[in-house]
Design a protein around this ligand. Structure first.
Ligand code: KIV
Ligand code: ZN
Length: 513
């Protein structure tokens, strides 16, 4: 029997720290449900004391997820730990993850504390966390640049205080594999009570070494890896979950441990995170990039046709490529639709909700004959966001002709009142977004506009992400349609609605953004 390698996903916490990747509570719950289907062991859902929004998101994930452990991050401060404990109350299985910096530069310049004081804070934080749960993780922030002797002292003390997982983060992505692996091995050997806790690593990708460092640590005894879908995360990101999982699985001859991840869910999870955050996946990204399993060179194609193992070390189907591609079509009925939605983790709260979604599905099937899972995911997003939006797209007419300036006329329903506006623009999308803006007057700045194709073919749905910024608030809006001008309009409306919702939370009397 091999050891289990615990997969701790921090897409919703460290991943969300990528500038522009902020997610709403509903989006976090959708990603958390996808991570649960992936059979991730621990989901770090957020940092509850960071804001009310973070608190509510962790609470919502804690209530929604049953099979994975839900974790909340807390600095080594009473108020953070109490808030995390409170947010996690509804979880079947929860963990508090508390941390304090241990490198000389962080202790002196950031914390302004003596090393002894840092140990005191760490011990106190772990003891306080244990009042809420016996599943407590302690992280020595910036361990990659900390002194090994000091790490031994603080980690021994927190194990005695009740920490069950010890995380060794390479916070600034400074380590290199051989040295990082040796640090983990030394710590496990030198700390007298190291057998009472699981050693974990959390590597950042500043030098492109996050996955390599994490795997070196696993070879040297770490039994938890903290990672994110698509390698999302602060600055250059974290170790990518899909790469860690597939490396351990493919090279089982090298690793004496295994994960329990349901790898066939990897691709859909990657697409969901990419569509919600608006961070596209580069085509040559390992495992989940569009070209990851494509063979271009004739000599490769010839080899693969004779025997796939000539050039393929993994099966594309094992990570979700081409499995279940065509799920539903024109003749699919309500039951087939409902059961596929259930498999995708979406439960309908009422017959009416099912009927509405099925109606939209039928509209989509009329435009696009083969409906894949990602189309259905986009449909769920649309149903969810429509329910919350005060602005609805009623009609859009765009005129785009060679040699003429494009113009667009848009009719919206804002708070049950229909309004129409027109604008010209440099293209059909530009004119349409300007026409919408003339009606909603958000005054937000467009930070990102991206279009991805949900599936292949010219009838594929375009999945548009629009990122808006206003008064330091950043939101992503999504829209999908077989017509990318309409998808763009939906995405813009979705983003403006999110800004409005945030604004209303702050000033409940205010109507406009
Ligand atoms: O990078 C880091 O050190 C972190 C800790 C909070 C684990 O994200
Ligand atoms: Zn981090």
């Amino acid at each position: 029997m091999k050891d289990k390698l615990i997969i701790f996903d921090t897409t919703l916490r460290d991943g969300e720290q990528s500038p522009g990747a902020s997610m709403t509570r509903e989006e976090k719950v959708r990603i958390a449900k996808a991570l649960e289907r992936l059979k991730v062991d621990v989901i770090e859902a957020g940092f509850p004391n960071a804001s009310i929004g973070d608190f509510e998101a962790v609470q919502a994930v804690a209530n929604a997820v049953k099979d994975s452990t839900v974790c909340g991050l807390a600095r080594a401060l009473d108020k953070d730990i109490d808030r995390a404990g409170e947010a996690l109350k509804g979880a079947d299985n929860c963990r508090i993850h508390t941390f304090i910096a241990t490198s000389p530069i962080h202790m002196k310049m950031k914390l302004n504390m003596e090393p002894e004081q840092v140990i005191e804070y760490a011990v106190r934080a772990v003891k306080r966390s244990r009042q809420f749960t016996d599943n407590v993780e302690f992280s020595a922030e910036d361990a990659g640049r900390s002194k090994e002797d000091f790490l031994c002292r603080i980690l021994e003390a927190v194990i005695n205080a009740g920490a069950t997982t010890l995380n060794i983060p390479d916070t600034v992505g400074y380590s290199v594999p051989q040295q990082f692996g040796a640090t983990v091995a030394n710590l496990m050997q030198r700390i007298p009570n190291s057998d009472k806790a699981i050693f974990s690593v959390h590597c950042h990708n500043d030098l492109g070494l996050a996955v390599a460092n994490s795997l070196a640590a696993v070879i040297n005894g770490a039994r938890q890896v903290e990672c994110t879908i698509n390698g999302l995360g602060e600055r250059a990101g974290n170790a990518s979950l899909e790469e860690i999982v597939m490396a351990v699985r493919t090279r089982h001859d090298v690793f004496d441990c295994e994960t329990e991840i349901n790898t066939s869910e990897i691709l859909s999870c990657s697409k969901l995170v990419s569509s919600i955050t608006g961070f596209p996946v580069q085509p040559n990204k390992a495992i989940v990039g569009a070209n990851a399993f494509a063979h271009e060179a004739g000599i490769h194609q010839d080899g693969v046709l004779k025997n796939p193992e000539t050039y393929e070390i993994m099966k594309a189907e094992d990570v979700g490529w081409s499995a279940n591609r065509i799920v539903l079509g024109k003749h699919s009925g309500r039951n087939a639709f409902k059961s596929r939605m259930t498999k995708l983790g979406h439960e309908f709260n009422s017959e009416q909700e099912l009927n509405d979604a099925f109606f939209r599905f039928k509209q989509l099937v009329d435009k696009k004959h083969e409906i894949v899972d990602e189309d259905l995911q986009a449909l769920i997003s649309e149903v969810n966001s429509d329910a919350e939006e005060r602005i609805k797209l009623i009609a859009l007419k765009v005129c785009s002709e060679t040699g003429e300036i494009p113009n667009s006329t848009v009719t919206l329903c804002i708070d049950n009142k229909e309004v129409t506006g027109s604008s010209i623009g440099s293209g059909a999308v530009d004119a349409s977004l300007k026409a919408i803006e003339s009606l909603v007057k958000s005054e937000a700045t467009l930070e990102l506009y991206s279009v991805n194709s949900i599936s292949s073919g010219t009838d594929a749905q375009g999945d548009v992400t629009v990122r808006l910024e206003k008064s330091k608030r950043i939101v992503n809006g999504q829209g999908a349609d077989t017509d990318i001008v309409i998808a763009s309009a939906k995405a813009y409306i979705n983003a403006v609605s999110k800004l409005q919702a945030l604004e209303l939370k702050k000033h409940p009397q205010k109507g406009n953004v």
